[in-house]
Write a protein that binds this ligand. Structure first.
Ligand SMILES: [Zn+2]
Length: 169
């Protein structure tokens, strides 16, 4: 089963994300996160956590969650996620990729609003990205947002049950 968690971005608070991800660590199951790449490295605590936490798979959700984003922006997003090199000040780039975790190359593109343009479809084919536009509709995929797990006990229970972990909430 694919556990798909969308909208991880520069605005994602680490503590809220970590509360959800700890369930995956406990279960020993892969947590696939749909990342919005724009400026995400500027949320240093989150970025460092994403670079080093186990049981995380990075997927591409886009540059900044616009419908039919420009191919150049999505290309930059994919390059960032695959290189894991942090863009630095004054053009200096810092490499924080010395992670003990095996890096899984980006396999998925989750189009914002489940709406894929022809150009982005072609881009995904060229880059061997699997497009998943079935948010919440495929029985092989549990799709959610980390904040829903924290906010709604019913979503939390559902996730815990699927992961086979103790439901502490
Ligand atoms: Zn989204």
């Amino acid at each position: 089963m694919l556990f798909r968690d969308d909208d991880i971005s520069v605005h994602t608070p680490l503590d809220e994300f970590e509360r959800v991800h700890s369930l995956f660590i406990q279960a020993g199951k892969l947590h696939t996160i749909g990342i919005l790449a724009k400026d995400i490295w500027r949320n240093c605590s989150l970025w460092n956590y994403l670079l080093t936490a186990p049981y995380l798979e990075w997927a591409l959700h886009g540059w900044q969650h616009e419908r039919h984003e420009r191919v150049e922006d999505v290309k930059a997003a994919l390059a960032l996620l695959n290189s894991r090199v942090t863009p630095g000040a004054n053009g200096v780039r810092t490499c924080l990729a010395c992670t003990p975790q095996p890096v899984i190359p980006v396999r998925y593109f989750f189009p914002p609003f489940n709406d894929l343009s022809v150009e982005l479809g072609a881009f995904c084919s060229r880059n061997n990205l699997i497009v998943d536009s079935t948010f919440g509709e495929s029985p092989q995929c549990f799709a959610f947002h980390y904040w829903e797990v924290n906010l709604y006990p019913v979503v939390h229970s559902q996730l815990c049950q699927l992961l086979g972990v103790y439901n502490a909430a």
